[in-house]
Design a protein around this ligand. Structure first.
Ligand code: AHR
Length: 492
């Protein structure tokens, strides 16, 4: 067993943890929407207006704060008017990005916003820049949010929704350096200005407009965007997105469940690169925006493996093990630590795609190890991140990955500490001085198992959260972290 000292100073505040850091992403891709979230009103699977009841409950349980939709690459070929009105009259189209399947548009704007209302989360709409028009996006905003007399507000009413919805988060394009139009940052910045200018605030609605940002370490994209919005146009950009997938080798992604020790640590080392990305993009943004007005929005992140054997390669369906849970835990700890700049993050994707929190098969639903990490970390939402230092050691891979990951926050007189021990075989004992926080009670929960452990439809609870022990004596917290574990400690 390795011993690590840790120090928390509850008086040293790092910033507010926006609940949206614990956000999710849903795309018209594979079985994310159809079958995963939406089964239609006539389905024998219990549903509310076509939306699976079990999915709504699972989302609510982790306090899912925000959901991004309809893409992804799909967003830049989505025309919202195809997805409103009588379902029988909706256009059928080809989903060119994801398997060339027929998209019947039965899940559109009304269904998505209904889902968000049922879950109690913020909607985050990703607008079409690549193959759309300024008018199309501006009318979408009018359709959703305008309360008065206008062609789009009338159309919404004809389609059965009298009251406008509130829409805060609006993405203007997706990966416009790639599937969203293969643009240079200079060209995109010009396009963005047009789109953002005509997406208006109606009826007391207040848009938070998010620009397409860099792919992983493309620091030049960030620099160009921050330069382009360093003048009287500042107000047009509230957030800049960042996409980062943990993929050590694009040509040989490997399977979610089959890996050796080297594969395990290499993936974690790749995931840990998020620390460098957040640091370096923040440094650039700090130079232009020292007051931190523009949020860094990590609206796609997570693991990406080869699809499960026998499944459609365009559907990106993968299993999810304790290795994925370790990626989630260390990434979320970093987001907490960088919460001054990171205002939202959306793991890809919420159901049946990539690092999903939920997998479905017909009427069956399982919660993945990644789901349980979101459950363990949920009390950080709306907390104040506080200073949390730990002794550490690099282990495992070529350049090494820190064995212990941690972050802490305080909210309503409760201190939440989340930890992970990514070692495959060594236990860690944490001995933590907790300063400036008077606690008399401690409780803990744990998620642990073999790195390959996962849930499936025959054994849905192989990996699940359990109670754990922790000790608090004279301001010193002691907790043991078994190999490959994530732990939540609560002090009150
Ligand atoms: O999440 C899958 C895809 O990854 C998204 O559609 C795209 O934005 C990214 O490349």
């Amino acid at each position: 067993m390795k011993q690590f000292r840790m120090l928390i100073n509850a008086d040293d505040k790092l910033g507010h943890i926006n609940p949206e850091i614990y956000g999710h992403f849903s795309e018209h891709l594979g079985r994310c929407i159809y079958g995963g979230i939406y089964v239609g009103e006539d389905s024998p699977i219990p549903n509310i207006r076509g939306i699976r009841k079990d999915v709504i409950e699972a989302f609510k349980n982790i306090k899912l704060p925000v959901l991004r939709w309809p893409g992804g690459c799909f967003a830049d070929e989505y025309h919202w008017k195809d997805g409103i009105g009588e379902k029988s009259g909706r256009k059928k189209m080809v989903n060119t990005n994801w398997g060339g399947v027929v998209e019947d548009n039965s899940f559109g704007t009304h269904e998505f916003l209904d889902l968000c209302e049922l879950v109690g989360c913020e909607p985050y709409i990703s607008g079409n820049v690549g193959s759309g028009t300024v008018r199309e996006l501006s009318e979408w905003v009018e359709y959703m949010t305008f309360d008065g007399v206008s062609p789009m507000a009338e159309l919404r009413r004809q389609n059965g929704r009298e009251e406008p919805w509130k829409l805060k988060y609006l993405g203007i394009g997706n990966e416009n350096w790639g599937c969203g139009g293969n643009m240079t940052p200079e060209f995109y910045a010009g396009e963005y200005k047009k789109y953002a200018s005509f997406c208006k605030n109606y009826s007391g609605n207040n848009l938070y407009r998010i620009a397409c940002g860099p792919s992983a370490g493309d620091y030049e994209w960030t620099e160009t965007m921050m330069t382009a919005f360093n003048d009287q146009n500042k107000w047009l950009m509230d957030g800049l997105s960042l996409h980062f997938y943990s993929i050590p080798d694009w040509n040989n992604k490997g399977f979610a469940v089959e890996f050796d020790d080297e594969g395990y640590y290499t993936l974690l080392e790749t995931a840990n690169f998020v620390d460098t990305l957040l640091k370096r993009h923040s440094e650039i943004m700090n130079r232009y925006d020292p007051e931190g007005r523009v949020g860094l929005i990590v609206d796609e992140w997570g693991t990406w493996f080869d699809v499960e054997p026998g499944t459609n390669p365009g559907f990106l369906y993968q299993q999810n093990t304790m290795r994925d849970a370790m990626v989630a835990a260390l990434t979320l700890n970093y987001f907490n630590r960088y919460c001054k700049r990171v205002k939202m993050a959306n793991i890809a994707q919420v159901v049946n795609v990539l690092q999903a929190i939920i997998l479905t098969e017909g009427e069956k639903l399982i919660k993945t190890p990644t789901y349980h990490v979101f459950d363990l970390f949920k009390e950080h939402q709306n907390g104040e991140a506080v200073y949390c230092w730990s002794e550490n050691e690099k282990i495992g891979s070529k350049h090494g990955v820190p064995m212990v990951s941690s972050s802490a926050s305080v909210k309503d007189g409760v201190l939440t500490l989340t930890l992970a021990n990514v070692s495959l075989d060594e236990e860690a004992e944490i001995s933590c001085d907790v300063c400036n926080f008077a606690a008399s009670e401690v409780s803990a929960r744990i998620l642990t198992g073999d790195a390959h452990a996962h849930n499936d439809f025959d054994a849905p609870d192989t990996v699940t959260v359990k109670a754990h022990s922790a000790e608090l004596k004279d301001g010193k917290l002691t907790v043991k972290l078994p190999a490959c574990s994530a732990v939540e400690v609560t002090l009150r």
